[in-house]
Structure formats: C-alpha cells, structure tokens
Design a protein around this ligand. Sequence first.
Ligand SMILES: Cc1cc2nc3c(=O)[nH]c(=O)nc-3n(C[C@H](O)[C@H](O)[C@H](O)COP(=O)(O)OP(=O)(O)OC[C@H]3O[C@@H](n4cnc5c(N)ncnc54)[C@H](O)[C@@H]3O)c2cc1C
Length: 417
Amino acid sequence: MSVSKDAPIFDPVAFRLERREAEIIDKARQFGARVLAPRAAKHDREATFPIENFHDMHPEGLLGICVPERDGGQGASFRTYCLAAAELGRYCGATALSWNMHVCSTLWTGALADDLEMSAEDRKAHTARRSKHYKRIVGEGAIYSQPFSEGGAAAAGAAAFGTEAKPVDGGFLVSGKKIFASLSGAADYYGILCTERSEGDAASRRNTLYLAVPAKAEGVSVVGDWDPLGMRGTVSRTLLLKDVFVTEDEMLMPRGVYFRAATSWPHMFLTLSPTYMGLAQAAYDFTVSYLRGELPGTPPVKRRMFPTKQIAVAEMRIMLEQTKALWFQAVSEARAEPTKEQVLRAYAAQFTVMENANALAAKAIRTCGGQAMLKNLALERIYRDSRCGSLMLPWTAEICLDRIGKEALYEVGETDA
Ligand SMILES: Cc1cc2nc3c(=O)[nH]c(=O)nc-3n(C[C@H](O)[C@H](O)[C@H](O)COP(=O)(O)OP(=O)(O)OC[C@H]3O[C@@H](n4cnc5c(N)ncnc54)[C@H](O)[C@@H]3O)c2cc1C
C-alpha cells in the first residue's frame, strides 16, 4: 500500500485496524511525507499559513475526512481521524494542528452529533444545515477554523463565552473577540462558540451557540501580529467580530447541543492531541535515523555505538510505547456518556501525549547533539512545536492534573463538610 519509507505509527495488523480505516490513515501518511514535509520549514521560519497544503488536501479527500459518506466525505470515525492526524503531525505540526481546527467542524457536527440526543425537529434541521456546510467543504474546498479562546475562563469550560450572539430577524448579530484564532485570515468560515443572549437575559453556558461566521462578512477583522515560539504556521492571530450578521443557517449545531456535547462527549477535547502524538513519533524517528548516520542532508556519520546513545534511545522508545498505548486506548474508547474510568484515562492520555512529545524532543536534542539542533534540520522545529501542546485549552496539562486529582478522590456531589 505504502510508498513512504516511514512505517505507520500504529501498525494496522498489530493495532487491529479495520481495512478502510488503515487505508485512510495510510493516505494521510503518504500525503504528509510527500506534501507537508518539504514545505514545513519555510512556513515555520516565516510564520505564514500553509494554505497550499489545504488546497492540496481537497482533491485527496482530506478536507472531508469526517464528512459522512452520504454527504460526499470519507466518513472517518473519531479514532480514524485521530490516527490520520497523528500521521500528518509527524511531518508538519502546524498543518496538522490547523487541520484539526477544520476537521472538528465536521467531526463534531457529524459522527459526534449523531451520538447525541436531539428532538426529531432539531435532528431534521441539523441534518439539512450541516449538508450545506459539507457541500462547501467537499465541493468547493472551503476551510473552516475553530476560534474558541477568549483569554478568560470560557475556553476552559468554566464560564459562558464573552462573544455574544443577539437574536435578530433571520439570524444573529455577533460581537466579541477571539484570541489565538488559528487559520486567521486563511479560513473561509470561523466556527466560533458564543453565548446567545437577548436583551436583559443572564449569560449561561447552556446557551452556547456554535456558529460558522463567513470570513468575508462585514464586521469581521483580524488584528495583531503572530511571532510565537512554535506552531508558527498556524497563524493564530486575534479575531474581532463587531455586529456581524450571521444567518440561522450558519448554526453548526442546534441550540443546546454544544453544551450537551461538551458534557456528554468529553473526548471531543482530545482532538488537539493527535498532532502531538505525531510530533512524539517524529522526535524518536529523527533520533534513530540521525544516530544511524542516515538522516537526509547530514553526513553519513554513525553515532550509535556509544552506550549512552543506546540507553537514551531505549528510554525514548519506552516513553513512546507508553504514550502510544495509552493514547490508542483513549481514542479507541471515545463515545457518548463514557464511564468515569474512561474520562480519567482520556485526561491521562492528553497529559501524557502533550508532556511526552516535548520530553522526547528535548531528549532527542540532548542525545543527538549540537549539530542536530541547527535550523536546517527538523528537530529544533519539532522541539518548539511540541512545547505548545500542554498549553492548549480546555485540557491543558495543568487542568488535566487538576481534574484527575479531584475526580479520582471525590465522587460527584461529595464534599468534606
Ligand atoms: C499554537 C496555538 C494555536 C492555538 N489555536 C487555537 C485555536 O485555533 N482556537 C482556540 O480557540 N484556541 C487556540 N489556541 C489557544 C489555547 O487553547 C489557549 O486558549 C491559549 O494558549 C491561551 O492560553 P493561556 O495559557 O494564555 O490561558 P489562560 O486562560 O491565561 O490560562 C493560563 C493557564 O491557567 C490554567 N487554567 C486556566 N483556567 C483554569 C481553570 N478553570 N482551572 C484550572 N486551571 C486553569 C491553565 O493551565 C492555563 O494554561 C491555540 C494555542 C496555541 C499555543
């Protein structure tokens, strides 16, 4: 099946993948190696968005990976998407992370929404509306993004979003500010979360709306610069919305359904982790290839004969296998109404991937040595990109620790009073 020389991160036989699933993931790996890898350094250096990667994804069916088959997509499940995204993350972290923002607009409205309770009326309206979004993506190659963060407690799920949608005739008037809006200036639609609020009503998380705001709509602007440590190609600038009129058709989920998704399908927040699973694999692959004297663009000098290198690689391999095993289990058991054990495992998987990706990259630099961290090689980019994972809301490394500790020690409703 493959022409890329890199083995799959998750071997289809060993991990018992279904045939169709393995084909989709294989295609992603080939695409990553062939298309993303050669362009990654330039976008990282210049902090520019790799729009040509997204244009090239369209004919490959990658923009519609999670669009249901009846709507012309590939109908990938949550797990299939996660494994495919990990393969892209190996070759360009910024593209994989941005692709995640796009794909979630189809995964959450597709397979995930199919798992959620909805009235027959809501289901009918949702099916009709999402078909319009899918048509744009599958037919025209439209790109969606996912700017939720606002710099307050909302992105962590602790408060209502400050961006508000005021109901008006035929739709909403949306105003607010989103920070770290990956794909800003590049996406055709910004899939924002906001609070529906009429004059005099109190803001409530239950009234969260998930809306696709057309990038060209009046009142939409992108401001500020973007010069971060890592994930530079995501171009996550600030998005301002000022009385933007958005029609009802742009609702990505019916009223109340995002809140239900966030509470009953918590693995939806694990979707930032595949990119970093790929970066963890990339750091390990780099080290083995470098120490064997086989890394393209470097002299064929072998360094593998030193016992210290062998021990370091052994430790890296163990960390990688631990990361893969836990993460594979967590993405395989994602579903509506997971058990407490499954939710704790999902937090643990997120924490492990995000922390270990950077730990592996740091160890790779120490093990390979000075020449390996020069900017003409991928490792220093992997190191910087991987540093960003544990900062990403709503499941930052700190929040995962916080929740595991509390939820392991207290049952719902228990107090010490
Ligand atoms: C490369 C990159 C791309 C991104 N792209 C997007 C995007 O496309 N869309 C998007 O919506 N966001 C995106 N983000 C934003 C990201 O999810 C965060 O919102 C952003 O990094 C701001 O985080 P902060 O650390 O400044 O947050 P703060 O709110 O200042 O939080 C600081 C830290 O405090 C802790 N904390 C916060 N709230 C709680 C709480 N309730 N309980 C316990 N601890 C808490 C957390 O550990 C958090 O890291 C991106 C971030 C990066 C780095």
